[in-house]
Design a protein around this ligand. Structure first.
Ligand code: LAG
Ligand code: CA
Length: 477
């Protein structure tokens, strides 16, 4: 055993392509129970990505809407000192681990965590471990001066990879070594295989945990070997309850998200693109059990119709708020109704340039079932908030009673507790549906107001064009 453990620990050092042997990472871990536990965020599984909301406004929204609506988690933008600037993406150019960002101070972060917890909402923090800032020099949001590869007091030039390609940038995206040790867009790439870097990143992670953070999004996870992430995560105390890792992978790519499933959930961008295609003319009838052998399995996948990158046309093709014919909303309804993966709902803002930072000084503001001051507040949309209640009610109940009479029409149940009909067709869909639901009068959670009668388990109705109906036992009239 001893020899085997030693061999497993040395494997990543001996073999450049260490992750061609994913078992080596799993075998270096001993806390399997905590790994299993953090692949699902619990009995309120829906996450809202509150993109660029400042922490004071997140706190207020937890109390006013997010907690009462039944969302389980808010995912907030990175809390660390970053380069200065109005663009949203300054967040991903870390300058130090001082918790002073454009989203608020350390105290604001702590207050937000406490306030959201009091409202029954857990907090997932977007965390950048792979890299530091990519610009030549500047002064960060906490006042620290830096140059490329030197970020006092934390890092000096010895803490980074210099992979030897022109500009040290990733050139060959099928080379594991390049993707993980060269620079993503000039961003100084930390030598995460070294003890110094691991220890300091773990100290940063533990600082977040000490404030009560419940979970982490690991930015650019694909650009770090699983052995490095496992090692750092293994040092966190308490262990995060949930981890989601950003691994953008296509079929046939050298690095696959499934390699990371031993650590936590993995963001499955192929699902995002499959949804876009299906709702944009490809047909939704194929979505019953759509997946392919290279996707991260349902139990380890974190999925979204769009995130902050894809809505701007980066990372993977997706729908966005401007998609025609109500497809963005219908796809979100599907995401929350279908059992594949753990769903994240993006809550974002309108922009004229893809670089535009948050409106209204970062103070998120919603009113009623929508947003104000440039914010979209997707999490308040009646259909999305309603489907969060649906997801909470149906839990892990099996997909049942699937029907799809034509390519843009589907209906299905979840056990005998929920039933959804999605009509992505330009003609109304009149039919009698076998729902599996107990007889009674239900309030449709998509409109939030229309009542429907289930009799003998059947629902006879006509679904309007490009619309949906969703009923569940937690929403009886
Ligand atoms: C991510 N996941 O792996 C984030 O989800 C994604 O939003 C980040 O890119 C990326 N990885 C790096 O953390 C964003 C913007 C980039 C931006 C980068 C750093 O999409 O456009 O790059 O954050 O701020 C910008 C410039 C680049 C430049 C770079 C360094 O656009 O042209 O090379 O900064 O100065
Ligand atoms: Ca790296």
């Amino acid at each position: 055993m001893k020899f085997f453990a030693l061999a497993a620990a040395l494997l990543p050092l001996l073999i450049t392509d260490a992750n061609a042997f994913p078992m080596s990472n799993l075998e270096s871990r001993t806390d399997y129970a905590s790994i299993a536990a953090r692949t699902t965020p619990g009995d309120k599984p829906v996450i809202i990505q509150l993109f660029q909301w400042n922490y004071a406004s997140v706190a207020a929204e937890c109390t006013e809407f997010i907690g009462p609506a039944g969302y389980g988690y808010v995912q907030v933008s990175p809390p660390t000192e970053s380069i200065s600037g109005s663009q949203w993406w300054t967040d991903y150019q870390v300058v130090s681990y001082t918790l002073t960002s454009k989203h608020g101070s350390r105290d604001d972060l702590k207050n937000m965590i406490d306030t959201c917890h009091a409202a029954g909402v857990k907090v997932l923090v977007d965390t950048v471990w792979n890299h530091m800032a990519g610009i030549d020099s500047g002064t960060g949001t906490a006042g620290d001066s830096f140059t490329h590869y030197s970020y006092p007091p934390t890092w000096d030039t010895s803490n980074f990879h210099y992979c030897g390609t022109p500009g040290n940038d990733i050139q060959d995206w099928q080379s594991r070594t390049q993707v993980q040790t060269c620079e993503l867009s000039n961003l100084a790439d930390l030598a995460t295989e070294t003890e110094t870097v691991r220890a300091k990143l773990a100290a940063f992670g533990n600082d977040l945990m000490s404030l009560g953070v419940d979970g982490l999004r690991l930015d650019a996870a694909k650009h770090m070997p699983t052995a490095d992430i496992s090692n750092i995560v293994g040092r966190l105390n308490p262990q995060p309850q949930y981890i989601t890792q950003e691994v953008v992978a296509g079929d046939g790519d050298t690095i696959q998200g499934s390699e990371y499933a031993g650590i936590g959930d993995v963001q499955e961008f192929r699902w995002t693109t499959a949804i876009q295609k299906a709702f944009s003319g490809g047909g939704i009838s194929s979505l019953q059990s759509f997946t392919d052998s290279q996707w991260t399995d349902s139990a380890h996948a974190n999925v979204f119709v769009a995130n902050h990158d894809t809505e701007r046309g980066n990372a993977a093709a997706s729908l966005n708020v401007n998609s025609p014919s109500n497809t963005y909303t219908l796809a979100n309804i599907f995401a929350l109704a279908h059992p594949y993966g753990t769903p994240t709902v993006l809550s974002s803002y309108t922009y004229s340039s893809v670089d535009d930072g948050a409106p209204n000084g970062g103070t998120g503001s919603c009113y009623g079932a929508g947003g104000v001051n440039g914010w979209l507040c997707q999490h308040r949309w009646t259909a999305i908030a309603g489907m969060t209640g649906f997801r909470n009610t149906v839990g892990s109940a099996a997909l049942t009673n699937w029907v799809s009479p034509s390519s843009d029409r589907i209906a299905f149940g979840r056990g005998n507790v929920g039933f959804v009909i999605i009509n992505n067709d330009d003609a109304a869909w009149g039919a009698t549906f076998t729902t599996g639901l107990p007889d009674g009068v239900y309030t449709d959670v998509i409109s939030g107001s229309a009542n429907f009668t289930v009799s003998g388990g059947q629902l006879k109705t006509a679904v309007p064009i490009r619309d949906a109906i969703a009923l569940h036992v937690g929403a009886k009239a």
